[in-house]
Design a protein around this ligand. Structure first.
Ligand code: 13P
Ligand code: SF4
Length: 345
């Protein structure tokens, strides 16, 4: 990869700031950004990393909720930055913090108690409400463990915002279909079917990732027809009909491990964001043949560019930090701490 002016500026800033700076990058970053990271990882790995960091400046290359999660887990005096504040996760926006309490109140009024479990792809405001209600957070790497935790700790679980991840986690735990209910959150929560909700053990918020919704079971069937014996690995934000047809389904880190452990000469189709698939294809070229199940990119992750990283690092002290209001931070931290406690730090 070319070393351009942005590359040089970033490396100069890194050399100047030394241990005072840490750059974290999600696996979906493009190579030009990822090559500058001190640590790359999936959401769980990056969340686990933050409490152990001593750097004064933490620059998070990922979507906004990830930087916000880092800001919740930092120590006093540490500052978190994101090179592009408008890199919103579309799925996280499907569960607005103003709507969750309305839905929970409607359920309460109908005598339906539900312990909320939010996917880490959610705002700090949502995490805070969940934490205040005794609930917790999960990532794609620990959704099965955390759903089991929630089901043990509450009469019923409200899983949000990703109904695909929630359904896949239900499948992994053998929660019968009759015990699941997808909430109707229209009309500001007034359209809930409380009879159906009362009968369910897991209530699913109707959010989804548009990037992972592009993967279809038919693409897997086509891959298997054109490359008999190929392997298929997908992310659990995919529809359950895709997850169940794949050879493996898990977080971005699981996908990386799956590819690393596949025998030499394997043909592997991957159902997740294209930057990660392209990086793996390049890394294993000549050894394993790697294809996207479909070339699907996350336009919000793509908003973090090497140029914006260079601009951020050039003027760190004049850049806005990622801020989380103290009350929100306390509730959100509680929810995240419960996850780190239940899954090992
Ligand atoms: P991971 O949990 O695998 O990091 O995925 C996060 C994400 O946003 C996937 O779309
Ligand atoms: Fe959000 Fe989907 Fe992008 Fe992941 S890939 S950050 S879930 S929109």
């Amino acid at each position: 990869m070319r070393e351009n002016a942005h590359f040089a500026a970033i490396e100069e800033a890194r050399a100047k700031l030394g241990d005072r700076l840490v750059i974290l990058a999600h696996h979906y970053m493009n190579d030009a950004v990822a090559r500058h990271a001190d640590y790359t990882g999936d959401s769980l790995e990056l969340s686990r990393r933050v409490p152990g960091l001593d750097a004064e400046y933490i620059v998070f290359c990922g979507v906004f909720f990830m930087a916000e999660t880092a800001a919740i887990l930092t120590k006093p005096g540490q500052k978190v930055f994101i090179p592009e504040k408008n890199s919103n996760c579309v799925m996280s926006d499907m569960a607005p913090a103003w709507l969750l309490p309305r839905v929970l109140d409607r359920l309460d009024q109908a005598g339906i108690s539900a312990l909320p479990l939010t996917y880490v792809n959610s705002s700090a405001g949502v995490k805070a409400l969940v934490g205040e209600r005794g609930g917790s957070v999960c990532t794609s790497a620990n959704a099965k463990t955390m759903l089991a935790w929630a089901m043990d700790n509450g009469e019923r679980t409200l899983f949000l915002p990703d109904m695909r991840l929630g359904s896949n986690a239900c499948d992994w735990l053998d929660v019968p279909r009759k015990d699941r209910h997808i909430l109707n959150i229209k009309k500001h929560g007034d359209a809930l079917n409380t009879v159906k909700a009362a009968q369910a053990k897991v209530l699913l918020w109707p959010g989804q990732c548009v990037i992972h919704s592009r993967f279809k079971a038919e693409q897997i069937a086509q891959a298997r027809r054109s490359s008999p014996g190929c392997l298929v690995v997908v992310h659990p934000e995919c529809h359950p009909s895709v997850a169940t047809q794949a050879d493996a389904c898990g977080s971005t880190s699981l996908i990386i491990t799956f590819v690393a452990e596949a025998p030499k000469g394997s043909v592997i189709y991957i159902g997740t964001e294209f930057n990660l698939v392209a990086r793996l294809a390049h890394q294993y070229r000549g050894e394993k043949e790697i294809h996207p199940l479909y070339p699907s990119t996350c336009s919000n992750m793509a908003k973090i560019t090497e140029e914006k990283l260079a601009v951020t690092l050039a003027n760190l002290d004049s850049q806005p930090t990622v801020e989380v209001d103290d009350r929100v931070r306390d509730g959100a931290r509680l929810a995240l701490e419960r996850m780190l406690e239940a899954c090992g730090r």
